[in-house]
Design a protein around this ligand. Structure first.
Ligand SMILES: [Zn+2]
Ligand SMILES: [Zn+2]
Length: 169
């Protein structure tokens, strides 16, 4: 007779509430528990995966299969959002420093590749130089316009325009 596991019915782990014991046992003899997710779906979870100790190395289960997948996607999106916000802030800062040094219309372009896509435009200007040292807008999927021979790099403008030049306003 396997030993009767500690009754965990009613315990809450993330979105899961333990609802009843399962007959199933893991190889090492741990009990499985049926848990109900906040979405209403049930999932059979081995007891050793039910933990509120998030500092431990072993992964824990905190939602049904479907919700776990969604939570992972949410996690990835949140990270991408953060990185994109940072890119746009960096681009804004770079561009502020270039006012008067580059054509004004460059400073009205979208800030990043993703920003350009959002606005349905094809060019963006992050205020950074390409690998070949050009300071020029980029085309989404296409790279630096100066590399493509479509726009001269702004470095010549940097030399000929004084920082206080108002002619571009
Ligand atoms: Zn769920
Ligand atoms: Zn280039």
């Amino acid at each position: 007779m396997p030993s009767k596991p500690r009754d965990r019915v009613g315990e809450i782990y993330g979105r899961l509430t333990v609802v009843r014991a399962s007959e199933r046992r893991t190889k090492s003899g741990n009990a499985y528990w049926w848990c109900r997710c906040s979405c209403g779906k049930e999932r059979e979870v081995p007891g050793d995966k039910l933990s509120t100790n998030t500092a431990r190395k072993k992964p824990v289960i905190t939602a049904c299969l479907l919700c776990s997948k969604e939570l992972q996607v949410e996690g990835v999106c949140a990270k991408n959002d953060r990185e994109e916000r940072q890119r746009r802030e960096d681009a804004k800062r770079q561009r502020d420093a270039l006012k008067g040094h580059v054509p004004d219309r460059w400073l009205r372009l979208p800030l990043t590749d993703a920003h350009a896509r959002e606005l349905g435009q094809v060019l963006f200007f992050r205020g950074t130089s390409c690998l070949r040292g050009h300071l020029a807008p980029y085309r989404i999927n296409g790279g630096c316009l100066a590399c493509a021979g479509q726009t001269p790099s702004a470095h010549s403008a940097l030399i000929t325009n004084s920082p206080n030049s108002a002619e571009s306003e």
